[in-house]
Write a protein that binds this ligand. Structure first.
Ligand SMILES: [Zn+2]
Length: 99
């Protein structure tokens, strides 16, 4: 399954809810799911972590649907098989991604 197929599936399942909720409130749901993902990272429950990764992706797809952005097209336009900053594979940036 491609990202755009997943986004289409999310649209078919949830767009009637997502479109009523709107971008700002859908974004808040995404933030909440990312926070839950952050909590799941602290634990050792792999299944819980999988669930939270899935939820974060689902809410990102919902948000993309609400704002009418093709997630796969946008991602590939920026990350077209290389780092968008240094244009290398793997990334050779020395400062941007350090903790
Ligand atoms: Zn780079």
């Amino acid at each position: 399954m491609h990202i755009n197929e997943f986004q289409t599936m999310m649209r078919q399942i949830y767009f009637h809810h997502d479109s009523k909720r709107g971008a700002k409130r859908t974004f808040l749901w995404l933030v909440e799911e990312v926070e839950e993902l952050g909590e799941a990272i602290k634990g050792k429950d792999k299944k819980a972590l999988e669930n939270e990764v899935a939820d974060a992706l689902a809410w990102l797809a919902s948000l993309a649907n609400v704002v009418n952005i093709d997630l796969e097209k946008a991602a590939m336009a920026k990350y077209d098989h290389k780092c968008p900053k240094c244009k290398q594979i793997p990334c050779e940036c020395t400062r941007s991604f350090q903790p």
